[in-house]
Design a protein around this ligand. Structure first.
Ligand SMILES: Nc1ncnc2c1ncn2[C@@H]1O[C@H](COP(=O)(O)OP(=O)(O)OP(=O)(O)O)[C@@H](O)[C@H]1O
Ligand SMILES: [Mg+2]
Length: 317
């Protein structure tokens, strides 16, 4: 019997035998449970679905299966993502406006400090004007990072995603390689990606650096390890749609995990859990990936954190 139609559904579907064992699962169920069809074959369906918020059980007659279980939750996830995205966009917009307002007075402040410096009779006093100038520069840089994604359109070209992974690998190796074991796990079958090279590079680097920092800023992590992984994925649910073919670039680390208090808002700008963080890394990475019709997601428990950059491998509609 041809079951491929079920793979087009956004809801997870399981087909069970008379003993309530899974005999088949659609792609949505594979993604939902994080298990392949093969891995689910023979599992106790009751145990598998006992945490599902809603479950539809359909008895089947005259078919090789006894039951069809449907978990209509991927749609909810899609709605959640759309809602989160709208909220983030609104927030970024007001931040951008604020940034524009802040930029001009900052330039004035800096220029005035420079003028003052030339007038100061005692060179020792220049230490103070230097502080003003340096801090103004730091703020301008921050403000520039806040407004930057809007500045130019995407510079699309075709390339292999592993070119980006290799660059990021080299950079992470240089920054964290002495303390962290950095591994690569690539899917060689990944087709070419049509995207803005520098933005995807920046997005992956931001996520990779976070993982490196999570591993090195805490000295108690035994055998710190970071993995860069690529996979081609079928039926990928992205922020506003589902695509047939996509690319998932993951950064995995075995650090302590994302602090509970940050989880819901981790992609919001200026949210940081680090003493010296600006909290812009993930917000920019998310923005860059979303400009390509993709999304960044994460799962995190102590000892295993995975950030996934999910990109469509079909034209942006
Ligand atoms: N792999 C990870 N493991 C644990 N915590 C993480 C991880 N990635 C991100 N975080 C948490 O999420 C926060 C936000 O990350 P984000 O990259 O947006 O900002 P930042 O790293 O603090 O500053 P910036 O990237 O702007 O220098 C981090 O401060 C950190 O607390
Ligand atoms: Mg960061």
């Amino acid at each position: 019997m041809d079951l491929s139609g079920y793979d087009l559904l956004t809801t997870a579907v399981l087909l069970l035998d008379g003993d309530y064992r899974v005999r088949w699962a659609n792609t949505a169920a594979e993604e939902h449970f994080g298990l392949s069809r093969k891995q689910m074959d023979g599992l106790d369906a009751q145990a598998l679905t006992h945490e599902a918020p809603s479950l539809i059980k359909v008895p089947l007659r005259g078919l090789p299966w006894a039951w069809l279980y449907e978990l209509p939750m991927r749609q909810t996830r899609l709605d959640d993502r759309q809602h989160a995205r709208t909220e983030r966009e609104a927030q970024r917009e007001s931040l951008r406006n604020l940034a524009h307002e802040v930029r001009n007075p900052l330039s004035g402040l800096r220029a005035a400090a420079q003028l003052l410096e030339t007038e100061l009779p005692d060179p020792a006093q220049r230490d103070y004007t230097q502080v003003i100038i340096a801090e103004a520069d730091r703020l301008v840089e921050l403000v520039d990072r806040l407004v930057s994604p809007q500045r130019h359109g995407l510079d699309l070209r075709e390339f292999n995603v592993h070119e980006i992974c290799e660059r990021v690998y080299t950079l992470l190796q240089a920054e964290f390689g002495r303390q962290v074991l950095i591994q690569r796990d690539y899917d060689a079958s990944a087709p070419e990606l049509k995207a803005d090279f520098s933005r995807i590079l920046q997005a992956l680097l931001n996520v990779g650096r976070n993982a490196g920092q999570a591993l090195t800023e805490n000295p108690d992590i035994p055998a710190p390890k970071l993995v860069l992984r690529t996979r081609v994925a079928h039926q990928l649910v992205l922020s506003s749609r589902q695509v047939r073919l996509g690319l998932v670039v993951s950064v995995l680390d075995n650090g302590l995990g994302v602090p509970e208090s940050l989880r819901d808002r981790i992609f919001h700008p200026l949210l940081t859990g680090r003493a010296r963080g600006t909290g812009l890394g993930l917000s920019l990475a998310q923005e860059y990936v979303q400009q390509h019709g993709g999304i960044i997601e994460f799962d995190s428990v102590p000892g295993r954190t995975e950030f996934r950059l999910m990109l469509p491998l079909e034209p942006i509609s």
